[in-house]
Design a protein around this ligand. Structure first.
Ligand code: CP3
Length: 358
């Protein structure tokens, strides 16, 4: 089957030969580029060692030497095609003035905001100063990467970041944030507008410091009903993509509205992203037919298979390669690496993808 590849005007001079940038430019590549969401993290012994030395997780994100070292760890260990900046989506609410802490074993804890009084405490006055160390880390990594390795900057998408801002941490049912969004949408949109502005700023600064690709994580897009998905995921993403197109037109954007189901189609049509990240539940044939003619695909191996390894890992990785390798495609997981992953299984996956001949 021949598939139309979409030539894109938004391709800059820097790093023309990098596989990731070529795939994002709409090219079908014999051996697709590979990186792993959450490729730096607790499954790596060298990360656990660095983390123990660093003290707090937020300190690690805000100390350039430590963030640089964590970013480079997986790239040094495996032949990956991209490095993703070591940071977190919650540095944005931190820089807007919200109290954010990461307590051991508990995940993030934020001082929750669910009304206009709380909103009034957030603002962009301190934003750039507070995040200066992040941009410094980007610049350092950019100057240190191997020639073929692309650098990815990232941010959380407004809906997902808002869920942490409002719930005060990871939620089971999203009751508080949904009640606000559905019950007082005009008021909630002030929070989303602020997050759109902060996200554009944060991503543009990463691009200016040397990030060659930007990814927007909308990890909780899948909890929204159709109209809410449109309003709080698709539209803010579209606005972010539009504004970034004005300030850094050469930097491709990967959108990842995890769990969007059939909504992935509308997301791709409306937002203008160069690639879409797909979760493990997305049917392979459907995505190749409905999404790949419009943009590059990224995903979607179940992270649990990377824990399992062996024949099961190989079987599904090869299914994905066969289904999506005929068009613009970036091999990745369908969500982040699990902390229980044996590091040697990531090496197995790298070998499978590198050996594949489409
Ligand atoms: O991919 C990478 O290697 C880059 C680093 C990265 C981290 N977080 C480091 C991190 C990225 C891209 C993220 C994104 C992120 N952070 C998301 C979106 C992607 C997703 O997983 O859905 C979300 C929702 C967060 C918020 C967050 N940060 C949570 C819920 C937690 C605790 C749970 C967990 O997975 O540990 C974090 C902490 C965090 N962010 C860690 C790392 C390496 C673990 C911190 C530690 O060392 O204890």
């Amino acid at each position: 089957m021949t598939r139309p590849t979409t030539p894109r005007p938004r391709r800059g001079e820097r790093g023309q030969g990098k596989l990731l940038l070529r795939a994002l430019g709409g090219e079908r590549i014999g051996r697709p580029p590979l990186w792993l969401m959450r490729q730096a993290g607790r499954y790596l012994p060298e990360y656990r060692e660095l983390r123990a030395r660093a003290g707090g997780f937020l300190e690690m994100c805000l100390t350039p030497e430590l963030a640089v070292e964590a970013t480079l760890q997986p790239v040094g260990r495996y032949a990956l095609d991209a490095a993703i900046l070591f940071s977190d989506i919650l540095v944005v609410p931190y820089a807007l003035g919200q109290a954010v802490a990461f307590s051991e074993g508990e995940g993030p804890v934020l001082e929750p905001i669910h009304d206009p009084g709380g909103l009034a405490r957030l603002g962009i006055a301190q934003f750039e100063t507070r995040l200066a160390p992040v941009y410094e880390a980007v610049a350092q990594v950019a100057s240190m990467l191997p020639v073929g390795t692309a650098l990815i900057g990232f941010a959380g998408a407004p809906w997902t970041v808002a869920s942490y801002v409002v719930e005060g941490g990871t939620s089971r049912d999203f009751a508080t944030v949904k009640t606000w969004a559905l019950g007082r949408p005009q008021e909630f949109s002030r929070l989303v507008d602020l997050l759109v502005e902060a996200t554009v700023e944060h991503l543009a600064r990463q691009a200016r410091a040397g990030a060659e690709v930007l990814q927007l994580f909308d990890s909780w897009a899948g909890v929204l009903s159709e109209a809410e998905f449109d309003r709080w995921c698709v539209e803010p993403t579209r606005e972010i993509v539009r504004r970034l197109g004005q300030v850094c037109p050469d930097v491709p954007i990967i959108g990842f509205p995890r769990g969007a189901g059939l909504g992935y189609e509308r997301f791709v049509e409306r937002t203008g992203v160069q690639a879409v990240g797909l979760d493990p539940a997305v049917p392979l044939v459907w995505a190749a037919r409905e999404l790949q003619p419009r943009c590059a695909l990224q995903g979607n191996l179940d992270p649990a298979l990377l824990v399992v390894g062996g024949a099961a890992l190989r079987r599904q990785a090869e299914r994905i390669l066969a289904a999506w390798g005929q068009g613009p495609f970036i091999f990745n997981l369908g969500h982040g690496v699990l902390p229980t992953t044996p590091p040697e299984h990531a090496a197995e996956l790298v070998e499978i993808v590198r050996a594949w001949q489409g």
